[in-house]
Design a protein around this ligand. Sequence first.
Ligand SMILES: O=C(O)C1=C[C@@H](OP(=O)(O)O)[C@@H](O)[C@H](O)C1
Ligand SMILES: C=C(OP(=O)(O)O)C(=O)O
Length: 666
Amino acid sequence: MFKIPFLDLPPLRGAAGTVRLPGSKSISNRVLLLAALSEGRTVVRDLLASDDTAVMLEALRALGCGVVQEGDTVSIVGLGGNLLAKQAKLFLGNAGTAMRPLTAALAVLAATQGGSFEVSGVPRMHERPIGDLVDALRGLGCAIDDLGNPGYPPLRLHGPSPLALDTPVRVRGDVSSQFLTALLLALPLVATRDIRIEVIGELISKPYIEITLALLARFGIAVRREGWEAFVIPAGSKYRSPGEVFVEGDASSASYFVALGAIAATDTPLRIEGVGRESLQGDVRFIEAAAAMGAEVQAGPNWLEVRRGAWPLKGITLDCNHIPDAAMTLAVMALYAHGPTTLTNIASWRVKETDRIAAMATELRKLGATVDEGPDWIRVQPLAHWQAAAIHTYDDHRVAMCFSLAAFNGLVTPAAVPVRILEPHCVAKTFPDYFETLFATVTADAADIPVITIDGPTASGKGTLADEVGKALGYGVLDSGALYRVAGLAARRAGVDLDDGDAVAALVPGLDLRFQDGHIFLGSEDVSARLRAEATGLLASQVAVHPQVRSALHQLQLSFRRLPGLVADGRDMGTALFPDAPLKIFLTASAATRAERRYKQLISKGIPANIEGLREDLEARDERDKNRATSPLAPAQDALLLDNSALGIEESVTQVLDWWQQRRPF
Ligand SMILES: O=C(O)C1=C[C@@H](OP(=O)(O)O)[C@@H](O)[C@H](O)C1
Ligand SMILES: C=C(OP(=O)(O)O)C(=O)O
């Protein structure tokens, strides 16, 4: 996950490959709760690992359920309907699928068994309505205290109190379907007689009720229904765990990749695995909307393949009530359409992670779009003159994810602009690795991928600075100084004759090399210490004499120019390797300062050192580097000089980031 203040997406151009979706949030949290309410053990496979499921799992632990997690498999030992803990304070983040169903379940359990439970969340959760559910539960006889604003969390659910099961439970369905879902999941716990639930007002987001009913059936509850108006939980209903449940991929998360295919998969279709024709989730019907806009979609039982069909896309007018989450993606696709796109019947957007109608309108306008909005609709005009924009994400995962699609503007305008996503880590709600998954399936022109080069003499602190700048921007790092050593080590390990230049060079393209936090990984092995060893230095000088190896390493270094960007440190990064880098730093420090740093470094590792000797060595090496015939050490003409003799690392990092920001169009 990119845990940084902003992530800059350079212009993106193509999409191909296969995406494996994370588990469905809606199914994951329902199954976890159902498993917790059932008796015995339920093994849940392919569970979504994200903020929303983390708060649900934490709540279940606090309630006394056995929870054992191993990768994406979680085994839950349920309560069998009996409260083990009679008191708990549950923090439920911004997860509607945890807040609403747990409120109902704990309210009826406290009513019948006694207890006191508090449910709360992040500040936005305390602005998301729950009053209709609270009213329904109070009507049933549950004791619920408002701990903040009436109609909103936080709440206290307590008991015992008598329940009136003989009259229908009435609940409004026009603000959120999660209120009805919550009652459907909770009331089997007290179904000593038939319990009838009646929906008041037009129920929204209906397909989510289908998910609820299907999962209830898997846990032994056969709800009888009268259309969307009334639901009856039969007397004697009792949760029975199916033992094992597989969670399908998230259909709302699929929407970003369906859109990606429609916009950018021009050669081969983009394959999306985890949802398909047989999905339980209503959001899979996003493919129909995407197809109406021009996408070519093939669907198998649990996969989709999407490629570009009509281009530009076609503007549509669509009632999106059945796909409230995925519909946000259409608003960004609309930028690439011919003609306006109008999305209607989306009033619920206003009470989700943020006011999504306002958020989408504001951010789309920042890109230059003309957008109109009403209480429950939004209209987006296609965009001709794109502006680079920093997209505010309002702690809303879907705003962050759908605006990443704006980075394809280079496909419709010659002057492609980058897109900055602020607080990209908000995707953790449902798809923590969203951007990593995106970068693995999209392509960009190398020239568009930003590189910051940091060249300079030995011991000037290039490596630390490159690492820190890379971390701050979410960019990859290349420590080019280590490459001959890596090549030498890899050749020795492969048993290759170090005098055979062709053979050593042939190994280079296959090196799986990664620089992270000052460490160097070959495959999954941290080889940092190995590379520093004297013996590896000798291997390096043996392989460095071969021109074939030099040229293979040159190619390898260029291949580090990957999304979303690169910080490359070395001696000729700005002059020879990346002459078009938009920011080049030449880092220096006085020989005295560098000698002192090296001295401290050695001493801290228990290696004896002499500061005067170190200084003389450094000066001699500087002289050699400056005057050598091939690639002498010299700043690129357009490099900025940074003398860090009197600067701490933080100050140097801030300086480089300031220079970088000055070059950005945001
Ligand atoms: O029940 C569910 O899993 C959900 C129902 C929908 O909410 P509303 O019913 O409030 O529209 C949806 O937006 C949410 O992401 C998940
Ligand atoms: C509305 C959403 O979430 P929640 O489950 O918190 O309602 C969403 O994921 O878009």
